[in-house]
Design a protein around this ligand. Sequence first.
Ligand SMILES: NC(=O)c1ccc[n+]([C@@H]2O[C@H](COP(=O)([O-])OP(=O)(O)OC[C@H]3O[C@@H](n4cnc5c(N)ncnc54)[C@H](O)[C@@H]3O)[C@@H](O)[C@H]2O)c1
Length: 406
Amino acid sequence: MGYVGLPLAVAFAAEGHDVVAVDVDRRKVDALRRGESYIEDVSDASLAAVAGRIEATPRFASLARCEAVLICVPTPLTPNREPDLGMLVGASRELAGVMQSGQLVVLESTTYPGTTRDRVAPILSESGFVAGEDFNLAFSPERVDPGRTDFTMRTTPKVVGGLTQACGDRAEALYREVCDTVVRVSTPEAAELCKLLENIFRSVNIALVNELAMLCDRMDIDIWEVVDAAATKPYGFMRFDPGPGMGGHCLPVDPFYLSWRAREFDMATEFIELAGKINQQMPYHCVAKVERLLNDASKPVRGSKIAVLGVSYKAGVGDVRESPGLKIVTLLHALGAELRYHDAFVPELPELGLRSASLDEALADADLALIVTAHPGVDHDAAVARVPLALDLRGVTRRSGKAALL
Ligand SMILES: NC(=O)c1ccc[n+]([C@@H]2O[C@H](COP(=O)([O-])OP(=O)(O)OC[C@H]3O[C@@H](n4cnc5c(N)ncnc54)[C@H](O)[C@@H]3O)[C@@H](O)[C@H]2O)c1
């Protein structure tokens, strides 16, 4: 019942289906029972509209009554950057204990090709039922983009790959309830890799423009002007903006699922590793730029008051997972800066002992304002005009020219 599961539950309930919403996190179950959403894209009003049709529970036993079960648990990396399928294995085991013949199970968690067939199917078969015979099994990647409003679950095509033709047919029929377009591929592996291709594509292109941003910094060329100009090409170019690095649960994590898997096939996926390396350098580049700006004003970082605007990994959401903003705050803190941050979407950063200040409080007496994430509702031009120095890592003030740019 996270960023992926909750919107799906609401979508199916809104189509009139009864939904069992299972999560091991009691706080989420309790919040859902109170009708309170904890995901930006799901309003309390949309939960209220389907109140009688979503049964939130920590008990897997309730899944026995369901015709279809969608697995949307996290698939993170271990500290050594290897796939951590612990939660997927755990959820699959719990499901195997209560499964019924004739059910459809679809894995939505992002993972390497082969997971559905080689890892999930054997665990579910511990139920005594055979995948593809006694129950249907498929993989369908999630394309939710938190904060996005121009494409919805209904208007975003859904890719589906079944273990058998019948598995795919059944999963396709299920998703047609909530998606206008279902795209069939022949296997779960093709669907698994499709998701990774989408995310690797973004990761590599973000890294490319970030590397150019670092080069432009040295060459004294405005990267934003270059990107704006390149984006006028009507074909063969797709715009990616530079920024402080990659965050969120997907882009910094998913590509490494494939590089791990590729090693079993004697392949080194160099684009993935290189993109990861460059994107990880970005927070260090941004902090070096802060140091230079302060240095030009004869100030050391130690003791300087820095107001950080936006710490989540992207505009309009409160997700701080893998956020480069956290890295930047940590690095500046280690250099002795006096930090305040303002982020209406992130009330506190407990691990850093910081609470979001109001914009006024954050900017009062600040030596430098640092725009890390440009949330809607903040007048960034006005904000940077109030402080002696400003660095804009998102290019949102580039027209006014009131801040230094990444
Ligand atoms: N967030 C996104 O934008 C996004 C987009 C596409 C794909 N994905 C993928 O979808 C999957 C889920 O991501 P998310 O962002 O929704 O994660 P999330 O952390 O928001 O939600 C996952 C939920 O699973 C629960 N959970 C953990 N272990 C469990 C278990 N054994 N049984 C039942 N519930 C369990 C957690 O408590 C949590 O509420 C991941 O594989 C992710 O890569 C995420």
